[in-house]
Design a protein around this ligand. Sequence first.
Ligand code: PMP
Ligand code: GLN
Length: 392
Amino acid sequence: LNRRLAEFGTTIFAEMSALALSTGSINLGQGFPDTDGPEVIREAAVRALRDGRGNQYPPGPGIPELRTAIAAHQERRYGLTYAPDTEVLVTAGATEAIAATLLALLEPGDEVIALEPYYDSYAACIAMAGGTRVPVTLRPHEETRDGVVHRRFRLDLDELRDAVTDNTRLLLINTPHNPTGTVLTRAELTAIAELAVERDLLVVTDEVYEHLVFGEAEHIPLATLPGMRGRTVTIGSAGKSFSFTGWKVGWVTASPELVTAVRSAKQFLTYVSSGPFQYAVAEALALPDTYFQAFGADMLAKRDLLSAGLTEAGFKVFQPAGTYFVTTDIRPLGENDGFAFCRALPERAGVVAIPNAVFYDHREAGAPFVRFAFCKKTSVLEEAVSRLKTLA
Ligand code: PMP
Ligand code: GLN
């Protein structure tokens, strides 16, 4: 293994899912739903396969039907207009979108500012592109309003500003944020946008959890902010929005120049992405808003169930405003090492979780935090909670 990749080893998701299997534990580690997406969309994939649509190499940028559907979805939901032919690119999941974007845009030595904790592929892709990651840490914050404690990980705008140097090439943003569940506010996004304009930076924004936003939180695409449309690469995924993580259909929307750049890298990574699923995802993106509302409401109920259960079990819970993950602080349980805690958890309670420290360069800042996924059946979450209550 070369020096660029040597530090990465096996992804925590593979390690923890293997541990769940070998110990027969409930897997609240890797983020994948245990209920597949809509049946009509599965049927659409079967029809495409049977009718011979997409069984041979589809067009490099993605089939026109899907590119048109992605553009229509961005316009309908956010008022963002993208030309399907020049400003949309279909990728093999958001994972390839991230890789192709970073490989296309970075020169060796370029600095990339990423919000820490960051999704693990960011660090590896920055490294493969020869870039240098500069983490800006989201800080745990707690306040009481109307007698209710609100906790979130928030962006320190001064830290972000101070992280920019003459070598900074791009900001890599993720909202709603994995693993903390933070949804960046308009004020935070405005500050990011102003900084990007002032320092003439590109912004890559991973918005795969755009449809998983709860309560009063609102998903605001960075590309909608002043000065951002032309300098922003936005990334989405059917895996997250339609509960088909195995299909690996993702996409990029950006200016023609940026999409052309990303496509240059993509054509030599996978060349094209899987054909029949593209036809099905085109139909999924056109589902009525009632689908997205029902999906969000279902996940909201699951969030509340797991958050309440974890609180009862003695964890300090950061109630997420978005995503299907809840980050907890394990110190009230008398623990402070999330790695050790997660390695022992299958044996102690028959549950698998993810230590947030793997998403940090400043490992000590992430040490006491542990992430649980709630994209699971209610009965599974209830059983997990009852097992976790035995820890206290
Ligand atoms: N970005 C984030 C923040 C994610 O959590 C994930 C996967 N869970 C991805 C990207 C990758 O998405 P995909 O499965 O579409 O490759
Ligand atoms: N994104 C999912 C998570 O955060 C897992 C993706 C993966 O296994 N690489 O859990």
